[in-house]
Every structure is written in structure tokens, then in C-alpha cells.
Design a protein around this ligand. Sequence first.
Ligand SMILES: [Zn+2]
Length: 284
Amino acid sequence: MLSSRIRHAKGSPAAKAWGILRDLRIQDFPINPRQIAAELGIVVWERELPETCDGWLMQVGSAYGILINARIRSEARRNFTIAHEIGHYLLERDTVRSCSLDERLNVLVAAQECDTEEGRLQKQAYLLSEQRANRFAVELLMPSPIFLADLCSLQQFGLPAITKLASQYGTSLTSTAIHYTRLSDLICAIVFSEAGVIRYFAYSNGFRKNENCYLVSGQRLHPEALASQFSHGSRVSDIMDDVPLNYWCQPKNLRLNEATDYSIIEHSRRIPRTNQVITFLHLP
Ligand SMILES: [Zn+2]
């Protein structure tokens, strides 16, 4: 069962992350990425950076350092940032020359402003490199084989299970929820909304394959969805109930009146720190 849900090619970010844990004989959780950086000879500094920047991998001659934004208050997010930058170091240092903060910002701004083929390719390469470093960070902090075994052994599922795993792995609720949902064998999705609008989401294989389950990023929340109740200053911060499927999904093969006959379990919780609402959707 485990192997069918976890497949990673040799040289992939996941394989690199598991390889470094194996080489350094790290088996205890939560994983301490600062210790891994130290073992790799990478110095970690903190400095106040722009809000949009969590961290950078810096190179001075043959030495590497990680700069993280001192404004980040969450320890889980700091750890994720360090793990992400270690990912850039291990995945790209042989092929891409690291450069200074100013150089990297200039390249990114130029790529975003420049509507040329070269600009688009640069932006594409940047986004791919970010995705790979994120993938590495997830697998370094929550290696799928171990995480999945823990997930399967829990009596709970959904937000209670995600909260428990986040505390066990020292990871943020967001990254844990996304990893949990992608590995889950339930028909489920995790949705993050803000100011009444769906910002981003992740779903399980079962959800992706179900023709009636279809989420749209940027869409306004249905006014009757439980998650909508938090936008109106309600003091309740955690609600779970059955709601009609069309409150969340845009069923492709059902007319609107048919869709209201189908229901989905919605568990929504407000995250006060980020002002977001996290919603676990589960089709039993
Ligand atoms: Zn990055």
C-alpha cells in the first residue's frame, strides 16, 4: 500500500531529501534543518528582509550561507525556509551559480516585467526551481514513507490528524495539511480561503479522479458554506457539518438542482495568525 502512493525518481527532490537524511543518519523527529545546514558547512544568518522574501541561499567564493528573514515569527516557517534553501543548495549548486540578494531580485523583477520569450523562460525556470526546493523541504521535514505510516496509524483523520502531525513533525499547519491531503487515500481536499475568496487548495488522488469534485482558485466562497461564517466577525472558530456539494465544487456532470442532492463533509477552522480559513472537505 505504501509503495503505490509514493513514487519518486532517482535524483528527484524527494530522493535527494531522503538521501541526505540517510547519509547524516538522522532518524529523530522533528527534523532540525539548522543541524543539517551545519553538517553541510552552511552558515545560517538572520536579517530583516522585505516581507515578500522568506530567505536566500548566498554564495561567497566557494562558501555558502542561508539568510532568513528575521521577521518570520513562526518557528515552523523558519525551519521550512532553511529546508527550502538547503534544497536549492543540493539540487542546483552544480548547475546554477548562486548570486547575491540584489542580483537575484533584479533577475526576478526583470523576468516579471519583461514580456519577451526570454523573460517568460526565465520566469518558468524560476518557478520550477522554487517548486523543486519546496518539494525537497516537504520531504526533508516530513519524509513521505514515515509520514504516511504515521498518517495510517492515527485513529483520527482530517484537521485533528493534521494538527497532531504538524506538532509531531514541527511543521506548519499549511504544509502539513497539503502533504497529508496529497498522500491521503480518502476523497478529500484542503482549501485555504481569505476575505471570502478561495486562495489555494490541494487534493487527494481520489478527489482528482471524482468527476463531481472540482475546485476553482480565486472563486468567492458560497455564502452558505461554513467557511463564510468566519468572514462576518463570528466568535466561532471551528465548525464541521454536511453541506451540499455545490457549496464547494462545480460538478461537471450534474445540473445545479441535482448537485444539491449530493453532500460533502466540511470542516472549517479560522487561523487567527494569518487571517485565513482552512477547510477540510471529505466525500465519504
Ligand atoms: Zn527558493
